[in-house]
Design a protein around this ligand. Structure first.
Ligand code: SME
Length: 151
């Protein structure tokens, strides 16, 4: 499905004030995982800045053991300190990478900002090699901006 078609659906999900934030975030993950063919795992991690750790709050796809990730570790942990998108076309080429599943070939992590602070991130795993373009980055930046509004 085109990103332009997903945007109104995502806004619809986030507009529901009856559900918990965790529930809404899970629905966002499910929407993306179900509708973008090369998004095989989608999750939101949020930072504990005191402990310098990331914590998985919502996801769609296979459950992962990596629900807590220290800042600096793996692709996610690096984004917690770099504040920049991290596109990984081939996870095998990365030294500082935490494998969640042997089927994953590529990963994209985009930081989530609230009032200018990097408070978390959206993490996409793909079983397709080198699937991500700038269109994915712009779309996921938009997703994070929308999510930040309800946090
Ligand atoms: N691969 C990530 C860890 C999280 S899993 O993809 C769910 C990383 O290297 O940070």
């Amino acid at each position: 499905m085109l990103f332009s078609h997903l945007k109104p659906k995502l806004k619809n999900i986030l507009a529901n004030t009856q559900k918990t934030k965790e529930h809404l975030l899970t629905e966002v993950c499910e929407l993306l995982e179900a509708n973008v063919t090369y998004y095989d795992w989608v999750g939101f991690y949020f930072a504990n800045h005191t402990e310098k750790t990331l914590h998985l709050k919502a996801f769609a796809g296979e459950p992962t053991d990596h629900t807590v990730i220290p800042f600096g570790k793996g692709i996610c942990g690096q984004v917690a300190v770099s504040n920049s998108n991290f596109v990984v076309p081939d996870v095998k080429a990365q030294d500082n990478y935490i494998a969640c599943s042997i089927t994953v070939k590529a990963e994209l992590v985009v930081p989530l900002f609230k009032n200018g602070e990097n408070i978390g991130q959206i993490d996409i795993d793909s079983n397709t090699a080198d699937p991500f373009t700038e269109e994915d980055e712009r779309f996921l930046e938009w997703v994070n901006e929308e999510v930040a509004k309800i946090l």
